[in-house]
Design a protein around this ligand. Structure first.
Ligand SMILES: [Zn+2]
Ligand SMILES: [Zn+2]
Length: 328
């Protein structure tokens, strides 16, 4: 399924079966010599079929199309390997470049998150290899196909001149693309309309040095300073008023920080214990009904908020038998 958004610019909806995100928005820009595809979908049969169909209907091929990947999550990067030809350039940030050329140890990160976040103590026994981020990751990509972009790098495609805006937070090197002439922002998962982008910690929890929530909030301010009329997000509908949405996202995280402090009270709790009592938008009544992947996302979200409060000096943390406990 696709729709033409502007001249030479198309939104392609790639279904994400059995995933609460429902679909990924890829964007295709027709250029003069080379076209650009922004984000791709999971490395999963349904996504491959949807992308192949969209290519046929819109009328382009990967022979003269490059790929831009906004961030490392597999719903965005997953089909990059499948779609690539030897001449394809894959533009992305440094962290994502490492991830899609298999330089990161997913299992070490996963096992530490589960153990130190307290999920193991709450009975989570998910095999990391079944996690959708791992299961539907891209086929390994040769480093020579990857062009690492920086904050401010400009990619020109036909009438579109796209500036890379580094927007850390949702992912370590999330990058939005901004066309100042057309006042269009490709927001990836940095700004979504009706769902809130997940925020987590991207280091071994006990060793976290970066305040990822703070990075995310600063990245919202960076976008707020731009002149934007149309925001094209990585999921769900096109956003008409980006500035209003940024206000809503800030309020969401303020509320979530309050929620974390109320749940914690005067107790000492793990991130997973806090997550199990937080307010979630999911249509699920209790923690036991959360699918394993959602428990992981929720614990990551609790961790980033708890770590933020530790950075601000409001909470303290201690490591006890390999599990982190947070308290006032
Ligand atoms: Zn994402
Ligand atoms: Zn996404």
């Amino acid at each position: 399924m696709y729709q033409q958004v502007r001249k030479d610019l198309f939104k392609i909806e790639i279904p994400l079966p059995r995933n609460p995100l429902r679909a990924l928005n890829a964007y295709f820009i027709r250029g003069k010599d080379r076209n650009l595809l922004i984000d791709t979908g999971f490395n999963q049969e349904e996504c491959r079929q949807a992308m192949d169909q969209a290519m046929e209907k819109i009328g382009f091929s990967m022979d003269d199309t490059d790929i831009f990947v906004t961030h490392c999550h597999s719903d965005h990067a997953g089909l990059a390997g499948y779609l690539s030809k030897p001449q394809t350039r894959i533009f992305t940030g440094y962290y994502t470049a490492q991830e899609i050329s298999s330089k990161h140890d997913f299992f070490e990160y996963f096992n530490n998150l589960v153990r130190q976040g307290g999920l193991l103590d709450m009975g989570l026994t998910q095999n990391p290899a079944t996690h959708p981020g791992y299961r539907y990751r891209t086929d390994e990509i040769d480093e020579t196909n990857i062009s690492v972009v920086q904050d401010g790098t400009v990619i020109t495609v036909g009438d579109y001149s796209l500036t890379c805006i580094l927007t850390n937070g949702h992912a370590p090197d999330h990058i939005c693309l901004y066309d100042g002439h057309h006042k269009i922002l490709f927001s990836g998962d940095h700004i979504l309309g009706t769902i809130t982008p997940n925020n987590t910690t991207w280091e071994i929890p006990w060793e976290v040095k970066t305040d990822y929530l703070d990075e995310y909030l600063k990245s919202l301010s960076k976008i707020e300073a731009l002149d934007i009329e149309l925001t094209l997000p990585g999921h769900r509908d096109i956003i008409a008023d980006c500035y209003q949405r940024i206000k809503g996202l800030r309020a969401h995280h303020d509320n979530r920080l309050d929620n974390v402090l109320v749940v914690l009270g005067n107790k000492s709790m793990t991130a997973a214990q806090v997550a199990s009592q937080m307010k979630w938008d999911l249509n699920i009544k209790n923690w036991d009904e959360f699918p394993a992947a959602q428990k992981l996302f929720a614990t990551g979200e609790a961790l980033s908020h708890l770590s933020h409060l530790v950075c601000k000096g409001i909470l303290q943390k201690e490591l006890c038998d390999g599990v982190i406990y947070y308290h006032k």
